[in-house]
Write a protein that binds this ligand. Structure first.
Ligand SMILES: *[C@@H]1O[C@H](CO)[C@@H](O)[C@H](O)[C@H]1NC(C)=O
Ligand SMILES: *[C@@H]1O[C@H](CO)[C@@H](O)[C@H](O)[C@H]1NC(C)=O
Ligand SMILES: *[C@@H]1O[C@H](CO)[C@@H](O)[C@H](O)[C@H]1NC(C)=O
Ligand SMILES: *[C@@H]1O[C@H](CO)[C@@H](O)[C@H](O)[C@H]1NC(C)=O
Length: 394
């Protein structure tokens, strides 16, 4: 149990060193929230006994220990449970670096490495860990006469600025994970024309700018429409492109690596072969009326455009129905008019000349030609007797 005693001695020495540690070199390390972090112990030799401790206000807690040729977890503080392991130091090639997984904001602080070996004796080094949750997106929404800019899950405390003045104050909230949500609202004065707003959220590590344009509505009177995405000159090829309908339904995505993807229900409405930042719509009906939003994004910037599309063509189904009905009505009216005219003429002629009614009966009696043959001859004779003037009139 030589090692056990040794590690006790080391622990005791640790405490001593902590008190007198002022002046020892500290290494600053910055790690991204929820990622893997490597803390290096600056030794050039393999240690027989190695402790990584986290320094708190009140003392220190064990993060990871190694002695008797294996990792030791009995003293490990529960907050580091299952998140630590020792890895080879990139510089020295010795397995003395601490790998910490799923880094939390609470992991920020001072870490001390204590090492001892038969050959080289006792050494310590300190690492100061800083955690950053970078700004990953900034959203801008408009409701009535105000616009709100917001970002979530940022650390440390971010700042928000609007491109326009007057500046509006922002609200910051801290989540359970100690990350910050920030938001700010801007009152909009009544205005005509396109509205363009830009907002930036920045923190220690990075910043993100979102520029949003709300366009005047577009009206289409045909089943086709084109909606363009941005005002900028930069090629959309440098961005990830996303088209949405009514803010929620994804119409199309495009990026350099994966190419274009049109969602199934929009396949018939999108002219997919035309890849550009202009959305070519076809086969439109009133169902496709609504806001079309385009989002161009890449690291640290997003450009969004919202365009309301009005489809002002008669619905094809309704159009056909209306047409059928007007034809039916027209035919009924025509038939009635014909009947009235015929009845009127019959009545008029039978009144002025009783013989005039007879040709109407001809059709009816034609089936029985033989029987009626004499009568027909009779009729034609009578018609032939009409005066020349009457013939001209007919
Ligand atoms: C580490 O960070 C602290 C505060 O952030 C700073 O004062 C110090 O100079 C830094 N040390 C090194 C070695 O960069
Ligand atoms: C912060 O934003 C996250 C993500 O949208 C949300 O789940 C959480 O409730 C927000 N927390 C606070 C305190 O606003
Ligand atoms: C866009 O490009 C044109 C010429 O191609 C140039 O005159 C104009 O200033 C550019 N606009 C912006 C916003 O870069
Ligand atoms: C490209 O788009 C796909 C989804 O359509 C996404 O999974 C991927 O991360 C995107 N690539 C880049 C570089 O953003």
């Amino acid at each position: 149990m030589d090692n056990k005693i040794k590690q006790r001695v080391v622990l005791f020495l640790n405490l001593l060193m902590m008190v007198t540690a002022q002046g020892f070199t500290e290494i600053n390390v910055s790690c991204v929230y929820n990622s893997i972090c490597i803390l290096s112990c600056s030794f050039r030799y393999e240690a027989d006994v190695l402790h990584w401790d986290y320094i708190t206000w009140t003392g220190h807690v064990n993060v990871h220990s190694y002695y008797e040729n294996k990792d030791q977890f009995e003293d490990q503080d529960p907050r580091f449970n299952g998140r630590t392991s020792l890895v080879e130091d990139q510089v020295t090639g010795r397995k003395t670096s601490l790998m910490l997984k799923n880094v939390k904001v609470q992991d920020e602080g001072k870490y001390k490495c204590f090492a001892d070996s038969e050959k080289h004796g006792y050494k310590t080094s300190t690492v100061v860990l800083q955690v950053d949750a970078p700004v990953q997106r900034v959203d801008m929404v408009r409701a009535g006469n105000s616009a709100t800019c917001s970002s979530e899950g940022v650390y440390p405390k971010p700042e928000l600025t609007w491109s326009s003045s007057p500046q509006s104050s922002s609200t910051v909230q801290q989540t359970e994970e100690k990350l910050y949500n920030i938001s700010s609202s801007l009152k909009l004065s009544d205005m005509d024309g396109d509205l363009l707003l830009s907002c930036t959220v920045s923190t220690r590590l990075n910043k993100w700018t979102t520029t949003t344009t709300w366009r005047n509505p577009i009206v289409t009177t045909t089943s086709r429409a084109q909606i363009s995405c941005s005002y900028t000159n930069t090629s959309f090829m440098d961005f990830n492109l996303l088209w949405r309908f009514k803010h929620t339904h994804v119409i199309m995505r495009w990026n350099r690596t994966d190419g274009q993807h049109v969602s199934a229900q929009w396949k018939k409405h999108v002219e997919a072969e035309k890849v550009s930042d202009v959305l070519h719509l076809q086969d439109l009906s009133s169902d496709q009326e609504g806001t079309y939003s385009c989002e161009l994004s890449r690291a640290e910037e997003t450009t969004a455009t919202h365009t309301l599309l009005r489809v002002d063509i008669m619905d094809t189904q309704k159009y056909i129905k209306a047409d059928v009905w007007s034809v039916v009505v027209a035919m009924v009216v025509l038939v009635i008019v014909l009947i009235v005219v015929l009845v009127y003429r019959c009545w008029k002629h039978s009144k002025s000349d009783p013989m005039r009614g007879q040709p109407l009966e001809r059709g009816r009696v034609q089936n029985n030609e033989q029987e009626m043959e004499p009568m027909r001859k009779n009729n034609s004779e009578k018609i032939n007797k009409y005066p020349e003037t009457m013939k001209d009139a007919v």
